[in-house]
Design a protein around this ligand. Structure first.
Ligand SMILES: [Zn+2]
Length: 82
């Protein structure tokens, strides 16, 4: 099992329970403005949740909390912003 940058084992377990997994692709930056992304930040892949953008091409301005506020994801690309 791999762990996100700041997430803990309990959060990972809850995430796995909803069928979530982390995309192993390395994220270079966020949005066409090339916002800095901490190394190790990953993109969440969740069944039934569609993210229309890749992190590098993402123009979404909003994040959403999932798992009762344990995980903060970009609504556009699913990038972990917790
Ligand atoms: Zn995004």
């Amino acid at each position: 099992m791999t762990f996100g940058y700041e997430s803990d084992a309990h959060t990972e377990a809850l995430f796995a329970e909803i069928g979530g997994r982390w995309d192993d692709r390395r994220v270079e930056y966020h949005s066409p403005d090339q916002e800095f992304v901490y190394p190790g930040r990953k993109v969440a892949v969740i069944p039934g949740v569609v993210h229309p953008y890749t992190p590098e091409g993402c123009t979404a301005e909003e994040n959403m909390w999932i798992l009762d506020g344990r995980l903060l994801l970009c609504t556009g690309c699913g990038l972990d912003g917790t």
